[in-house]
Ligand binder design. Structure first.
Ligand code: AR6
Length: 169
């Protein structure tokens, strides 16, 4: 039996096996949650990312967590919102699906996701949250290795939205 939790706060502080990074295709330290994860993990993280080099949108890559409490960082690249007709929903769903599959393959039992694509990449929060919750539930229904998924919400509005979507379905 696995649990889904909503936590309001900074994902870099969470005591989980893996945190997910809302990365860019170059796996470069950027702004937003990506910048926060790189700052907290230290410069070794950017070095390992540079050695990987590239991650296509919707895919995921794993690195160590370095100075984070989390043992791993799973980097996934969300779609840039272009109005919704450019395959964004499928690409965002792939981020959750591929991130969870990579986690399970590395023995991760607890994992925290930020609200991928909903900041700098401009994906509307409501539809993005529906996808995050639906994909996570679908994955957990077919997997008993990952036992705890945390949705790390940076502000109250995001946390309220996740609670609403989780409670309704
Ligand atoms: N903990 C949890 N959530 C956070 C944190 C944090 N410390 N900081 C921000 N958020 P964004 P994107 C929330 O912009 O839209 C980067 O430069 C934020 O409020 O970080 O996927 C990358 O390198 C929002 O709800 O990611 C890419 O170039 C959510 O995290 C690009 O931005 C995602 O916002 C990716 O853009």
């Amino acid at each position: 039996m696995s649990v889904i939790e909503v936590v309001r706060g900074d994902i870099t502080r969470l005591d989980v096996d893996a945190v997910v990074n809302a990365a860019n295709e170059a796996l470069a330290p950027g702004g937003g949650v990506c910048g926060a994860i790189h700052r907290a993990a230290g410069p070794e993280l950017a070095r390992e990312c540079a050695a990987i080099g590239h991650c296509p949108t919707g895919e995921a890559r794993i690195t160590k967590g370095y100075r984070l409490p989390a043992r791993f960082v799973i980097h996934t690249v969300g779609p840039v919102w272009r109005g919704g007709d450019a395959g964004e929903p499928l690409l965002l769903a792939n981020c959750y699906r591929n991130g969870l599959a990579l986690a399970a393959a590395h023995g991760v039992r607890s994992i925290a996701f930020p609200a991928i694509s909903t900041g700098i990449y401009g994906y509307p929060a409501g539809p993005a949250t529906e996808i995050a919750v639906a994909e996570t539930r679908a994955f957990l229904a077919g997997n008993d290795l990952v036992s705890r998924v945390v949705f790390a919400c940076f502000d109250d509005a995001t946390a309220a939205l996740y609670r609403q979507v989780l409670g309704r379905n």
